[in-house]
Design a protein around this ligand. Structure first.
Ligand code: SER
Length: 316
């Protein structure tokens, strides 16, 4: 019997992950938790608990009392916000992870999902088709926290047998909730401006290529990874995962095929340096080999679905 807790359920990944987990496990078996006092409207059909992941004792008490078997720990500050609040980012991104890893070590949890990111790579990493194992010298607070987290996940698996599984997500594109504080967020914001009939000012240069993925692919990958037989999971740091890759100019051109007259301008800011330190494309052959990963959405597919479904009401 699986009873899962999604911490950070109000965020971009969490809102969609909870819905899919509820479809799979039954509404009562997928509990949404977030620091916000109000439950996000889309998750009102099931259990919601207000939880601060930094309150170690409260998190422990809840997980033990409710007999939670699996945790998806999504609460984090993303790359651009973390640069503005480095101390808090390090605290938030690391302390929650230890709380959950320790609960699994003590036998209270069977499985953990913890997201890593392409941000674990840095300016000295080979940028194209970045391999699973390569130079990793991240230059952002977010990247440093994710790389450290990966090392700790592998350590808890090796030393204590903790079944922790992880994906290095690329930039995630979705329409059900807004992203916040990431360097890849432009590739979501652009759809809202196109839909509103506005031109878009991009904070990255037109030729900055980054790895990206449509959310449906990312959720399917997460569920598949968590359901894969334990012996298939040969990487306990975090799996490289690739969807597609594109530049701001390429996504704008694709949007123009749906929204004629759409215009984009470029005004690079401090996020350009972050993007320049990350890979442009990812080699995910280990995920394909170990648990059968294959993406479904390329740039054309994701633009079509985004244009059809984007809801500008979310901006208000
Ligand atoms: N999408 C994230 C960010 O831009 C990368 O993991 O921070």
């Amino acid at each position: 019997m699986r009873k899962v807790l999604v911490i950070g359920a109000g965020g971009q990944i969490g809102t969609e992950l909870v819905i899919r987990l509820r479809e799979k496990l039954g509404v009562q078996n997928a509990i949404a938790a977030d620091v916000k006092t109000e439950c996000p409207t889309s998750l009102e059909d099931g259990p919601y608990v207000q939880m601060d992941v930094l309150d170690r004792e409260a998190v422990r008490a809840y997980i033990i009392e409710e007999k939670i078997t699996e945790v998806y720990l999504l609460a984090a500050l993303l790359s651009a916000t973390a640069e503005k609040h480095p101390d808090f980012a390090w605290k938030l991104n690391m302390e929650g992870l230890f709380t959950i890893l320790d609960l699994a070590k003590e036998g209270y949890l069977k499985k953990i999902f913890w997201p890593s990111s392409i941000a674990v790579f840095g300016p000295t990493t080979p940028r194209e088709n970045t391999p699973q194992r390569t130079i990793m010298e991240p230059s952002t607070v977010y990247g440093i926290s994710k790389q450290a987290g990966e090392r700790w996940c592998e350590y808890y698996f090796e030393k204590f047998g903790v079944d922790v599984r992880s994906i290095r997500y690329p930039g995630l594109i979705s329409y059900t909730s807004l992203p916040g504080g990431g360097t890849t967020d432009y590739a979501v914001d652009i759809f809202y401006q196109a839909k509103l009939g506005n031109s878009f000012s991009c904070f990255l240069k037109k030729d900055t290529r980054l790895p990206m993925m449509f959310m449906e692919d990312a959720i399917r990958a997460t569920l598949d990874l968590m359901e894969a037989p334990v012996e298939n999971i040969r990487i306990r740091s975090s799996y490289n995962l690739s969807g597609c890759d594109f530049t701001p100019e390429e996504i704008a051109n694709e949007i123009k095929t749906h929204v004629p007259g759409f215009e984009i301008g470029y005004a690079p800011d401090e996020r350009q340096a972050i993007a320049d330190s990350w890979p442009s494309s990812i080699d995910d052959s280990e995920a394909r080999k170990d648990w059968g990963w294959a993406e479904k959405y390329n740039l054309q597919d994701l633009v079509t679905v985004m244009i059809e479904n984007i809801n500008v009401q979310l901006l208000t």
